[in-house]
Design a protein around this ligand. Structure first.
Ligand code: SDX
Length: 427
């Protein structure tokens, strides 16, 4: 580790402390930069800025490494469950069996919504995008659960966290049911978290719901892959909203809004739509050419990443899971063949090699979710469902951080300098 950093600005040298984490890049502590130099740093998009200290998730973008509380995502996806990973993210250690049973029991008993929240759905058009409904209904939770909005009370923070993790599947499933005109299905306490969600989504009152355990396991793994991801745009949105003291339900609603964007969580929906538009392998070169054309705004959706300059480890697990699910369901999807050939061609194209563009978590997920029966409009809602545990874990960490204060960036001002008002007659 460097023992410090010196900035020569004008004719003055200013020294700054350097801090090391347990792994990853060191940071230069510039909190006193403005006071000591009168200048700001300039970093739109925060490409070189650490916004906080965190112990939740570590990403090495060059090596394609993703750790949750030190555990590799590949091992968690293979051997763990979404409930266990949720406990790990919230509490910092893998639970013992009794702890996991207690946690799962607590979550399952928060899965029901206040009955009046069902009225919110009836205010939306049937063709409302599920993410619009998620933004509205999750934000409305703060109007119903006043006994868990005092962020200074660790007990209330944990109740709110459990409520959010537990109710997100119910809210997402209800959004889907509303869109197809079917009745809402209530959660069941005797089902696992993911099985419960599938039954609320695809079950009907007219008959018992049966689902292939391979599908339940695959969706649970997909939730694990989406649980948390360092200081991504939506997590940073949750942290910034939380830094003002806003209640947790409002903060998570802000995260949902940010995740919706096609450059972020909306990419899974956009990626499948793109693959379907390509349609056949012979059309791939045309789309790769468009992606490389600076004058064409088209980008390969599901490709590229701000941090990963190597293969997104989640995409590797996702590709394997596609094969498992398609085989279990006995279906073949020509879009999967297009995706595989598109990946192959892009990874061998100098443009993508030079810019280090690889498939990300969103490239394959839509193929699996579509095979499971989810419409593309539900894909980002599923991403939000899974990411909620990461958002609440990061929010709790931020609230507990003694260094945390309200986030308030500055700017490089390039507008008009001071000038006097001119009466309209004189203009
Ligand atoms: C997620 O941050 C996270 O951790 C997010 C996430 C999480 O779990 O929370 O991992 C989830 O959001 C994954 C990303 C999903 N988005 C997409 O798949 C949309 C397509 N990808 C891009 O729009 C882009 O790659 C981003 C937004 C993901 C990253 O953008 P950056 O880091 O700001 O990079 P950039 O836009 O500056 O691109 C660098 C260069 C540019 O070319 P030049 O201007 O240098 O000539 O690479 C090009 C870009 O034009 N480029 C692409 C491309 N992505 C980047 N060219 C074609 N196709 C692409 N997909």
């Amino acid at each position: 580790m460097a023992d410090g950093a010196t900035l020569r600005f004008g004719n003055k040298d200013t020294a700054f402390a350097v801090r090391s984490g347990t792994t990853g890049p060191d940071v230069i502590d510039i909190r006193k930069l403005y006071a000591q130099t009168g200048a700001f740093t300039f970093d739109p998009g925060f490409t070189s800025t650490a916004s906080c200290e965190s112990g939740l998730t570590f990403i090495d973008g060059d090596e394609g490494v993703l750790l949750h509380r030190g555990y590799p995502i590949e091992q968690l996806a293979e051997d763990s469950s979404f409930m266990e990973v949720s406990y790990l993210l919230l509490n910092g250690e893998l639970p013992g069996k009794a702890e996991l049973d207690r946690f799962s029991h607590t979550i399952s008993r928060h899965t029901m919504l206040h009955e009046q929240l069902a009225n919110f759905y009836r205010g939306f058009r049937r063709d409302a995008h599920p993410m619009a409904i998620m933004c509205g209904v999750v934000g409305a939770l703060s109007a119903f659960y006043h006994d868990s909005t005092d962020i200074s009370d660790p007990r209330q923070r944990m109740i709110a966290s459990h409520r959010l993790i537990a109710k997100m599947p119910t809210i997402a499933a209800m959004a889907y049911k509303y869109s197809i005109g079917q009745p809402f299905i209530y959660p069941r306490n005797d089902l696992s978290y993911t099985h419960n969600f599938l039954r609320m989504t695809f079950g009907v009152p007219a008959e018992d719901y049966h689902v292939d355990p391979v599908v339940v396991r695959a969706l649970d793994r997909i939730f694990i892959l989406h649980a948390d991801h360092e200081q991504n745009a939506s997590t940073s949105t949750v942290r910034l909203a939380g830094s003002s003291g806003a209640n947790p339900f409002a903060c998570i609603a802000a995260g949902i809004a940010c995740l919706w964007g096609p450059a972020h969580g909306g990419a899974n929906e956009a990626a499948l739509n793109m693959l379907r538009e390509i349609g056949t392998p012979d059309r791939i070169p045309h789309y790769i050419a468009r992606a490389k054309d600076k004058n064409d705004p088209f980008r390969l959706m599901g490709f590229g990443h701000r941090v990963y300059k190597n293969y997104d480890p989640r995409a590797s697990v996702m590709q394997k899971t596609v094969r498992e699910v398609l085989t279990a369901l006995g279906v073949s999807d020509p879009v999967f063949d297009v995706a595989l050939q598109l990946e192959e061609m892009a990874l061998n194209d100098p443009y993508f090699i030079e810019k280090k563009l690889f498939p990300n978590v969103d490239f394959y997920s839509g193929i699996i979710l579509s095979a499971m029966g989810f419409p593309t409009t539900m894909f980002t809602a599923l991403f939000a469902l899974a990411r909620t545990v990461g958002w609440v874990a990061q929010w709790n960490e931020m609230i507990s951080d003694p260094d945390q204060k309200i986030g308030r960036p500055r700017q490089l001002y390039t507008g008009p300098t001071r000038r006097d008002y001119v009466a309209v007659e004189a203009r």
